[in-house]
Design a protein around this ligand. Structure first.
Ligand SMILES: Nc1ncnc2c1ncn2[C@@H]1O[C@H](COP(=O)(O)OP(=O)(O)OP(=O)(O)O)[C@@H](O)[C@H]1O
Length: 932
């Protein structure tokens, strides 16, 4: 009989019915048997089987199953659990067989090993040996089965080396499960090929298993046949025996055989049953496996598809990652260059920081040096700060000393331009110099006598602006805040621009503002800039003096009621007692007040200027400053005086009220001149009480007061006489002040002169008495006086040199000096017809008349000439009138003329000489002391 036995590698060998292999393979089998024994000895050296060990020896060695289990354990340590020594051998064998099933290796039956055919056992062991050799060759199914975490690469290696064939089905399923459980991200073509490989192996295994089952079926049938034939033989044998003994023995044998048969039948039925069970189990298994394989196939296909999808995704991801990688590489490059750049910058920074450190150290050293230096300086400054107040005081004192050195009485001459619409006539102004020189030309004279030179502190030409005029006034304003009193006058004939200079033509435009507004504006600015150190209060008064009466232009009864009255106590006598005081906080307040005042001012019409004012207007500003630190109080005042017109009035032109007005004006102007003159000479007595004007200004004209007079000139040649008269008045004031600015020696001289003056005064008083007697006796009054006047020593001329050398004086009639004779000339020029008709005498008589007239001693119009008297003979000793004694005393003022009383003798020659000598000396004085 031929039987087929499935091998683990799928091949099959032909076996003979009695269990031995066919003759062709006997040698091979022998060789295989020996190599098997050899392998068993190598694997389990303690066996020490003879290399030609028989099947029975092998059976004896293997029958308890221990060696088999050890064998497996040796191949895969720990894979077999060894039973205790009390366990029957069949249990170990069953375990071994289960392991063989696991590995899908050919198995045998327990009975085969106990007493049956050893061929299946040997086959099984050979298969195991094959696995072992595979294992030793590098592929180990046990290893793989135990190491679940085999990587894809290793599984691939197994695939490549066909080792998966030797891997147990369970392990394969485990691998499969593991692979399928793995993250879908890892699924790629490798994964797919692994899956395919495993599925193929599993499929192959299933088909092999099916094949084995078929073979076993066949084997069982063969065995059944064998047993049937044996039974038949035995039955044949049983029927052929006749001998009784034989029969008995045969019966025994039959019985034995029957028994055997029964036994065999039982065995057979058992085998059949077993076979049936195995069949059913196998069929079941086949079905299950088929189902499982189909299911697995479906699943695997599904997974395959998924895997393919994932592969696609993975490819996309790969592409994406490639793009990203490129981008990152680019970025890396950028960062690298950036880092390089940064490193370079860092190096530079390090270098910079080193140099900075060095610099800082140097600076630190310098700083400490500077600190020390400034510390020392600071100490100095702190020391200086202590003395700050003292220094400020000193500064103020020095500032005012400078002002004083410039002269406490200053005269600025301003020439009015020809007015619009006025026919451009000839001007009497010939020349104006930067240094204050002014030359006027007499239109009625020719040659060198035409010109007269005057000198003032400053001359403003017709083109001068209000701003320019004020710039030279400004320093005085500061003095007020330092506690000084300042008087600013505008003197001149009607229409010469007094109001223009003091108030301006309009208060609406700042450009037009006169000294008044500008001064107050400046004052407020200064008070504000100093407010941290001194707190100032400013009060304003505005009065008008008309016909020797003081009128408050800001009276409460007037339209100015709404303005507050300044209640603050004023320094004694500084304010005008008759007038109300108004507190002002800004220039706007002042503008409002002045508008009211101007509206209230008396304005009368005259032939010269229909708007001409015939009153003096006085704007008084009183300042009280309290020093924040020391709380000391400073008081200063500013009087801004717009005088009435100074022109001489012809008797024929005005009468009555106008004449009276003119007389009052002349008287007050004359008194003002006298006061200034007396102040300039520091006379012990100043004739304030001679007019209301000087009374009002009394406390602001003396002491530390500073006086500025604007002499206003009308350039028209028709006004020549008035111009000269005005200029003389001003020059007298200015010229005297020049003297005041001189050295202490001269001051002493003046005091000596003053003593002389008082002596002369006494003498004159005596002379007056004598004269009175003489008049009484002879009935001659005026001539006697004029004679006395004539013998007066020469007066200070306005112009020296050639101009003083007048032919008129050489004629011997000019004992009054050039000024007097010129005044007479001018007067005569104006009143030519009157002079010639009234006095028909010679030139000498005319002069005498003019002198009397100028002295204001003429009965009828002595008031008219007060202006000229004041101009040419400022009184010194009396407050009452511009009488003869005034003239006499004035004449003694000059040191050069400190002659004995004999000089009063009527001696023309002496007079001429004296005049010339005086002129020369005065010239020198004038030009040496011109700079203030
Ligand atoms: N510097 C000047 N520039 C231009 N116009 C002037 C100037 N000075 C005076 N005037 C003009 O001359 C005219 C007379 O001036 P103002 O009224 O000031 O003279 P006054 O001397 O004040 O006369 P009064 O004695 O009558 O008051 C006015 O029209 C005035 O605008």
């Amino acid at each position: 009989m031929i039987s087929v036995y499935g091998r683990s590698d799928g091949s099959s060998s032909i076996l003979s019915f009695n269990g031995s292999e066919s003759r062709e393979s006997i040698d091979d089998t022998k060789q295989g048997h020996q190599s098997l024994v050899e392998w068993l000895n190598e694997t389990l050296p303690y066996l020490k089987l003879p290399w030609e060990a028989s099947e029975e020896e092998l059976r004896a060695c293997l029958v308890d199953g221990t060696v088999l289990c050890n064998l497996l354990n040796q191949l895969s340590p720990g894979s077999m659990r060894m039973g205790g020594s009390f366990e029957p051998g069949c249990v170990n064998i069953e375990r071994f067989l289960a392991a063989m099933d696991e590995m899908a290796l050919p198995r045998f039956e327990v009975s085969d090993l106990e007493q049956g055919d050893m061929i299946p056992v040997i086959q099984s062991l050979k298969a195991l040996k094959g696995v072992d050799s595979n294992f030793n060759d590098g592929g180990s199914q046990f290893k793989e089965a135990s190491e679940i975490n085999t990587s894809h690469a290793q599984i691939l290696d197994l695939l490549k080396s066909n080792s998966l064939q030797n891997t147990s089905t369970r392990s394969l399923f485990d691998m499969l499960d593991r692979l399928l459980d793995e993250s879908p991200q890892k699924m790629n073509h490798v994964f797919v090929s692994i899956l395919r490989g495993i599925v193929q192996v599993v499929e192959q295994r299933i088909s092999n298993q099916a094949e084995n089952l078929k073979n076993q079926n066949i084997l069982f049938r063969v065995r059944e046949e064998k047993y049937r034939s044996r039974i038949n033989v035995l039955e044949t044998l049983a029927s052929g025996t006749t001998d009784e003994n034989e029969l008995r023995s045969e019966e025994k044998d039959v019985l034995q055989i029957e028994k055997e048969k029964e036994h065999s039948d039982a065995e057979l039925s058992k085998l059949k049953q077993e076979l049936q069970i195995v069949k059913v189990t196998h069929e079941k298994q086949i079905l299950e496996l088929k189902l499982k394989s189909e299911k697995t196939k479906v699943e695997l296909e599904k997974q395959l598809k998924e895997s393919e999808l994932r592969v696609v995704e993975a490819k996309e991801l790969e592409k994406l990652s490639e793009t990203k990688t490129k981008r990152w590489e680019k970025k890396e490059q950028t960062y690298k260059s950036f880092i390089n750049h940064q490193t370079e910058a860092l190096q530079e920074l390090k270098a910079t920081s080193m140099s900075l450190k060095h610099d800082v150290l140097t600076i630190g050293e310098n700083y400490f040096q500077d600190l020390n230096y400034y510390g020392i300086k600071l100490r100095g400054v702190a020391h200086a700060a202590k003395n700050y107040q003292i220094i400020i005081e000193e500064n103020r004192r020095l500032y005012n000393e400078v002002q004083e050195l410039k002269g406490n009485i200053r005269v600025y001459c301003r020439i009015r331009p020809f007015l619009q619409g006025q026919n451009k006539k000839q001007t009497s102004i010939e020349y104006t110099g930067e240094n204050g020189e002014l030359v006027v030309a007499n239109p009625l004279k020719q040659g060198k006598d035409t010109y007269r030179l005057f000198k003032f502190n400053k001359v403003f030409g017709p083109a001068s602006t209000q701003e320019e005029v004020f710039l030279d006034t400004r320093p005085l304003i500061r003095s007020i805040l330092d506690g000084y009193n300042v008087c600013i006058f505008a003197y001149g004939q009607t229409g010469s621009g007094k109001t223009y200079t003091m108030s301006g033509p309009s208060i609406n435009s700042e450009e037009d503002w006169g000294v008044n507004y500008r001064a107050l504006n400046d004052l407020f600015h200064l008070t504000q800039s100093r407010q941290n150190s001194v707190v100032y209060e400013v009060g304003v008064q505005m009065v008008e003096i008309y016909n020797e009466q003081v009128r408050d232009l800001l009276s409460e009864d007037g339209p100015n009621k709404r303005l507050g009255i300044w209640n603050t106590a004023l320094p004694n006598g500084l304010a005008v007692p008759e007038a109300s005081m108004h507190s002002v906080k800004s220039t706007e307040d002042v503008l409002e007040l002045m508008n009211i005042g101007l509206m209230n001012r008396t304005v009368g019409a005259t032939t010269l200027n229909e708007k001409s004012s015939r009153s003096h207007s006085v704007l008084s500003v009183h300042v009280r400053g309290v020093d924040v630190k020391t709380e000391s109080v400073l008081r200063g005042s500013l009087h801004l005086v717009d005088l009435a017109g100074s022109e001489r009035v012809g008797r024929s032109e005005v009468t009555g009220e106008r004449l009276k007005e003119a007389q009052y004006i002349n008287k007050s102007l004359s008194a003002l001149g006298d006061v200034i003159f007396a102040l300039a000479h520091k006379n012990p007595h100043v004739p304030y009480r001679n007019s209301k004007l000087t009374q009002v200004l009394q406390n602001s004209l003396g002491g530390q007061a500073k006086t500025l007079m604007f002499v206003q000139i009308n350039p028209d040649e028709d006004s020549y006489a008035e111009t000269v008269s005005t200029l003389k008045f001003a020059e007298r004031v200015s010229g005297v002040e020049l003297g005041a600015a001189r050295s202490y020696k001269e001051g002493r001289d003046v005091r000596q002169l003053m003593e002389q003056v008082s002596n002369l005064k006494d003498m004159i008083a005596k002379k007056d008495e004598e004269l009175q007697k003489f008049q009484n006796i002879n009935g001659i009054q005026k001539r006697g006086l004029s004679k006395l006047r004539i013998v007066s020593p020469p007066r200070r001329p306005s112009l020296g040199g050639a101009l003083t050398n007048s032919p008129r004086r050489r004629q011997g009639s000019g004992l009054l000096g050039r000024t007097t004779s010129d005044s007479a000339d001018e007067h005569r020029h104006q009143n030519e017809s009157r002079s010639s008709s009234k006095f028909s005498g010679g030139a000498k008589d005319n002069n005498i008349f003019e002198d009397i007239e100028l002295l204001g001693l003429e009965d009828s119009d002595n008031e008219e000439r007060l202006s000229d008297i004041s101009d040419s003979c400022l009184s010194m000793g009396t407050e009452t009138d511009g009488s003869i004694s005034s003239g006499a005393m004035e004449l003694t003022l000059f040191p050069e003329t400190s002659n004995p009383p004999e000089m009063f003798e009527q001696n023309d020659n002496w007079n001429i000489k004296a005049t010339e000598a005086y002129t020369k000396s005065r010239q020198n004085q004038t030009f040496s002391s011109v700079d203030f």
